[in-house]
Write a protein that binds this ligand. Structure first.
Ligand SMILES: Nc1ncnc2c1ncn2[C@@H]1O[C@H](COP(=O)(O)OP(=O)(O)OP(=O)(O)O)[C@@H](O)[C@H]1O
Ligand SMILES: [Mg+2]
Length: 440
């Protein structure tokens, strides 16, 4: 009666066994149970133990006799969150139960938010809805919370560093450090002491101890950027550290153990470097356990517009300008352009456009000249070796495919770019498909 009056919804059970059945049944999600201790069958203490095993998310409060302090203690040990002494003071009981329920609700909400935050943090600002990016997200999800080394490859500006951070943030190591090392920025003679540290007096300039980058990354993630530029002279020592999980600073007699996860990135072709003897094969195998290849922006179809829209909103906010999107001609040109600098180039292009435009929607004239004036006829389909040169109909087929890919299968736009009417384009595509079926 008192719970009803207080607006707390409840069910009554006549034994602990009945309560066990209730809390496991689908339907009502209970937040709390108020139980007696002395009951026939399963008693209140056994019930607390059972609950903390089967429904740890439901709070249990026990009612104990004033004289029985031990049962209160055993109940708390068995997982009860609180106890109320009998005889019950009804108003106090209702208030206690309400506090327990509120706390449970809050906790559930916090847990849900944490999960949601974690999910978004797992890919940071990684945007993109293309099939290629969905594959990347799913791979990130599967490997982030593992100790496995990951090699991220892709052209410049495709988001390799962003993926490395997403891997870190999606792992248990996210509270630990993320240490990025740009292998192309460290002079060769300093590499060893940068990576492994040194002791005071280890060499002429070593005036004090220095903690190396590997030790700084202890408990977290070491991001080796531009891995292809790692000097061959330090590669054996790095390999040993990764295999044995120890480092020895330059000049030190003692090794210290470290716990790091390695993510590396490169736009160089490591296979070639290995075959030319410029990169050690054993280190390559050690790091290239999982390979993630980021697609170039030009092959990501409408992701181009999605990212462009994201950057428009960002720069409009930053510059406090009422710019909201693109005019059709500008959007089409973004899809046609080949984006050698990938997402970084797109971001800079949008920044340029938002800075200059005087309209709400960015027009063709607001784009940087090299993008505005780009014409896809500059694309070379064949190689330069005479043996590789193609007959005209084959060039046309490859080029039509390339355009179709770039516009994500939008035939109207493809026909416009190619200068065909739509019927002609349909006919050609149909013929290519027929040839492919006959050939395959
Ligand atoms: N999928 C994405 N969504 C949103 N922004 C992205 C995405 N990928 C990359 N970016 C942005 O593009 C820029 C370049 O990304 P990043 O520095 O990770 O590229 P990179 O592959 O490491 O390039 P480089 O090889 O030149 O070092 C960054 O500003 C990054 O935030
Ligand atoms: Mg980078």
């Amino acid at each position: 009666m008192h719970f009803s009056k207080a607006g707390i919804r409840f069910d009554v059970c006549h034994s602990a066994e009945e309560a066990c059945e209730r809390v496991l049944a689908p339907g009502v999600e209970y937040l709390a149970v108020l139980t007696d201790v002395n009951m026939s069958g399963m008693d209140g203490i056994e019930f607390c133990t059972w609950m903390s095993k089967h429904r740890p998310d439901v709070a249990v409060v026990v009612m104990t006799a004033f004289t029985s302090m031990e049962s209160a203690v055993s109940a708390m040990r068995a997982g009860a969150v609180d106890y109320i002494q009998k005889p019950l003071h009804m108003e106090g009981t209702v208030n206690r139960m309400r506090r327990v329920i509120d706390a449970r609700q809050l906790q559930t909400r916090v847990e849900r938010l944490e999960r949601a935050l974690h999910e978004t943090r797992a890919h940071d600002d990684l945007l993109g809805a293309s099939a290629a990016m969905k594959q990347i997200y799913s791979l990130i999800k599967r490997v982030s919370d593992t100790p496995t080394s990951v090699l991220v490859t892709g052209e410049t500006g495709t988001g390799k560093e962003l993926v490395a951070r997403a891997l870190h943030n999606g792992s248990r190591r996210r509270e630990g450090p993320f240490v990025a090392v740009n292998c192309s920025a460290i002079p060769e003679h300093l590499f060893e002491s940068e990576l492994f540290g040194h002791t005071r007096g280890a060499f002429t300039d070593a005036r004090s101890d220095r903690v190396g980058l590997l030790a700084q990354a202890d408990g977290g993630t070491l991001f080796l950027d531009e891995l292809g530029d790692l000097p061959i002279t330090v590669q054996p020592k790095l390999l040993r550290s990764l295999e044995e999980r120890v480092i020895r600073p330059v000049g030190a007699n003692q090794e210290q153990s470290i716990n790091i996860r390695v993510v590396a990135a490169t736009h160089a072709d490591l296979d070639t470097l290995v075959s030319e003897g410029r990169f050690r094969e054993d280190l390559y195998f050690r790091i290239n356990v999982i390979r993630m290849h980021l697609p170039p922006l030009r092959s990501r179809g409408h992701d181009i517009l999605l990212l462009a829209q994201h950057f428009i909103e960002r720069y409009a906010r930053l510059m406090e300008k009422p710019v909201t999107g693109f005019k059709t001609a500008a959007a089409e040109q973004l899809l046609v352009y080949h984006w050698p600098g990938n997402i970084r180039e797109l971001r800079n292009c949008v920044e340029h456009a938002v800075t200059l435009t005087e309209y709400e929607r960015v027009g063709l004239e607001d784009l940087p000249p090299r993008i505005r004036d780009y014409s896809p006829s500059h694309v070379i389909v064949a190689g330069s070796d005479p043996a590789e040169l193609l007959p005209m109909h084959e060039v046309e087929r490859l080029y039509v495919q390339r355009v179709m890919q770039t516009v994500d299968g939008n035939k109207t736009l493809a026909a416009k770019i190619l200068g065909f009417d739509r019927k002609t384009l349909y006919r050609k595509i149909e013929r290519y498909e027929k040839q492919a079926r006959a050939g395959g």
